[in-house]
Ligand binder design. Structure first.
Ligand code: CAA
Length: 264
C-alpha cells in the first residue's frame, strides 16, 4: 500500500499494522506546525484505510528520541494568538489520534518531553524501554503544557503526579513511568517494536468493530457520571449485536473453532 509522502512524518503499513513515524531526527523529532499538520493529514489516511491498517503504532525516528516536544525555535517568537493557534492545531491532531477507530500504540523509543509526552498520552497505550524518558518541561520555558499535558497526563497518572511532573519540570525514568502507569509495558530497547507488533497482532485477532466501540466507550465514559457512562456502554454493547462479527465470534465459540472476523 502506498500512502502519501509527508515532509515530517512517514506512514507505512504491513500485514494490517500501520506505523506513523515522526521524522525530524535532527531536532529530536520536535513538533513544529507543519509536523502537527502532517500528523493530522496522515491520521485521516489511516482512518480511511481500515483494511490496510487495523492497529497504528506511533514512534519517533532515530534511536534517541520519540518526540522532544514542541519546536522551541518556531515557538519562541510567537505572540498570544499564534500560540493559541498552535495549541488548537495540536489539540485537533491529537484529538484525531484518540478518535481513530483503530487501536493506537505509542512505541516510546526515547525522549518524550512536552509535546512528546502529550502525543504519547493521546494513544491508547504506551510501551517503553530503559531509553524512554518522560517530562513536561514547559514551566522551565516560562509556559505551560499546551498540547493536552494538563489534561490527558492528569487523567493517566492522577493530579498529584501530573502536577509534580509539570511544576518540577524534571524528567522521569522509564521505571518510574511504569510505576505510575504512564507506561503500560516496559521492555528491553531492542524489543520495543517487537512488543508493539506482538500487542498489535493480539488486538487484530479480535472483532475490529468491537475493539473500536470498546475504546470509544472507555474514553467517552471516563468523564461521564457513572450512570450515564454505563447507559452508553449498554447502547454500544447492543450495537455489536447488529454486526456479523458478533454472530461469527459467538458461533465460533460454540462450534469450538477459531473465529474468522471480517470487520462487518
Ligand atoms: N525544539 C526545537 N529543537 C529542539 C528541541 C525542541 N523541543 N529539542 C531538541 N532540539 C534540537 C536542539 O536544539 C539541537 O539542535 P542543534 O543540533 O541544531 O543544536 C538538536 O535538537 C539536538 O538536541 P540537543 O543537542 O539538545 O541534544 P541533547 O542530547 O544534549 O539533549 C534533550 C536532549 C534533553 C531532549 C534536549 O534537546 C532538550 O531539553 N530539548 C528540549 C525539550 C523541551 O523543553 N521540550 C518541551 C518543549 S515545549 C512544549 O512541548 C510545549 C507544549 O506543551 C506544546
Amino acid at each position: 500500500m502506498n500512502f502519501n509522502k509527508y515532509d515530517n512524518v512517514l506512514l507505512e503499513a504491513t500485514d494490517g499494522i500501520g506505523t506513523l513515524t515522526i521524522n525530524r531526527p535532527k531536532v529530536l523529532n520536535a513538533l513544529n506546525s507543519a509536523t502537527l499538520q502532517d500528523i493530522g493529514d496522515a491520521l485521516r489516511e489511516v482512518e480511511s484505510h481500515p483494511d490496510e491498517i487495523k492497529v497504528l503504532i506511533i514512534t519517533g525516528s532515530g534511536t534517541k528520541s520519540f518526540v522532544a516536544g514542541a519546536d522551541i525555535t518556531e515557538m519562541r517568537s510567537m505572540n498570544t494568538m499564534q500560540a493559541l493557534a498552535l495549541s488548537k492545531l495540536a489539540h485537533k491532531s491529537f484529538g484525531e489520534i484518540e478518535d481513530l477507530p483503530q487501536f493506537t500504540i505509542a512505541a516510546v523509543n526515547g525522549y518524550a518531553l512536552g509535546g512528546g509526552c502529550e502525543l504519547a498520552s493521546s494513544c491508547d497505550m504506551r510501551i517503553g524501554s530503559a531509553k524512554t524518558k518522560f517530562g513536561q518541561p514547559e514551566v522551565g520555558l516560562g509556559t505551560i503544557p499546551g498540547f493536552g499535558g494538563t489534561q490527558r497526563l492528569t487523567r493517566l497518572v492522577g493530579r498529584g503526579k501530573a502536577k509534580e511532573m509539570i511544576a518540577t519540570s524534571t524528567m522521569i525514568s522509564a521505571d518510574e513511568a511504569y510505576r505510575i502507569g504512564l507506561l503500560d509495558e516496559l521492555v528491553e530497547p531492542e524489543e520495543l517494536m517487537n512488543k508493539a507488533h506482538e500487542i498489535a497482532k493480539q488486538v487484530m485477532k479480535n472483532g475490529m468493530i468491537a475493539v473500536a466501540l470498546a475504546k470509544y466507550s472507555v474514553d467517552r465514559g471516563a468523564d461521564l457520571p457513572l450512570d450515564v457512562a454505563v447507559d452508553m456502554e449498554s447502547q454500544l454493547f447492543a450495537e455489536t449485536f447488529a454486526t456479523q462479527d458478533q454472530t461469527e465470534g459467538m458461533n465460533a465459540f460454540v462450534e469450538k473453532r477459531d473465529s474468522k472476523f471480517t470487520g462487518k
